[in-house]
Write a protein of this length. Structure first.
Length: 278
């Protein structure tokens, strides 16, 4: 039988069709916890896998989109506030998802919602000279988001003790391309798309646990957003809060005070790994 490090070091990207393989991996891990697990608080000792919010928690979307906009501006001679462009593009995300939830739109993957929002921003930011193919490439900037400085190293450390999976509203293709581009060492690529719902709808978290072959209490949700964690906790997930103070820019003040009910609070993924003895 393979030891745990051998299992965890396989860079396998899994989606719904490979759920059986993933569940088997989790099962093999569950019998070899190691000494560090015995020192954890009781609520965390049964955790076998971690699911991660991605936009803002794992990757720095604002800096990445700003740089993509700046590159477009240089190529086409467009002068614009590209940080504001990033904020406006991201700002359309919640309202666009609400149009789906309300029934105004049918189920729509995030790539398509991103393109709808981008099309609305074209005249405001002087992007009318871009061809449809160029706009499509710009839309795929969300596939090219770069990780926070601690992300890859921290995930590699956490992967020594847990199965790691994305759990994002981003669609599967977006998340797979992002992982390949940024070197994110997921064991599985899970997405709200697999439940045809968006976070924080409870079905997304329950579907993720089911695909992992685990009970909800055996999964820890890791996020920089308190609403995501509260929603996952409501279905039984354990929770890890990793705030990203500059997600929305260096001058935006937000309440980063953790809820007392969160199971773990860390400054970054390396700090989280250290707290877990990894």
């Amino acid at each position: 039988m393979q030891n745990r490090d051998q299992i965890l070091n396989r860079r396998t990207f899994l989606t719904a069709g490979s759920a059986t393989l993933l569940a088997s991996t989790v099962s093999r891990l569950s019998g070899s916890e190691g000494a560090a697990f015995q020192e954890l608080p009781e609520r965390l000792r049964g955790v076998r896998a971690m699911t991660f919010d991605v936009f803002g928690t794992v990757v720095d979307w604002r800096t990445s989109i700003t740089k993509e906009g700046e590159a477009v501006g240089r190529r086409h001679g467009i002068q614009a506030d590209w940080s504001a462009f990033a904020d406006d593009w991201r700002g359309g995300y919640g309202p666009a998802m609400q149009r789906v939830r309300s029934g105004e739109l049918g189920w729509t993957k995030i790539d398509d919602l991103h393109r709808m929002i981008l099309d609305d921003l074209v005249p405001q930011y002087g992007l009318t000279a871009l061809s449809d193919n160029e706009l499509d490439d710009l839309n795929r900037a969300w596939h090219r988001l770069m990780p926070w400085p601690d992300t890859v190293e921290g995930l590699m450390r956490l992967r020594k003790g847990y199965v790691l999976a994305s759990l994002s509203n981003g669609n599967v293709a977006l998340l797979v391309n992002m992982a390949k581009n940024a070197g994110l060492p997921w064991d599985a690529v899970l997405s709200a798309e697999l439940a045809n719902q968006y976070k924080p709808d409870r079905e997304v978290y329950l579907k993720a646990a089911d695909l992992l072959g685990l009970k909800p209490e055996e999964v820890m949700m890791v996020a920089a957003h308190k609403g995501d964690l509260r929603a996952s906790a409501d279905v039984g997930f354990r929770t890890a809060y990793v705030p990203r103070p500059t997600e929305f820019g260096p001058h935006v003040e937000r309440d980063l005070t953790p809820d007392p009910d969160f199971d773990l609070v860390a400054t970054n993924f390396n700090n989280m790994a250290a707290q877990l003895g990894l």
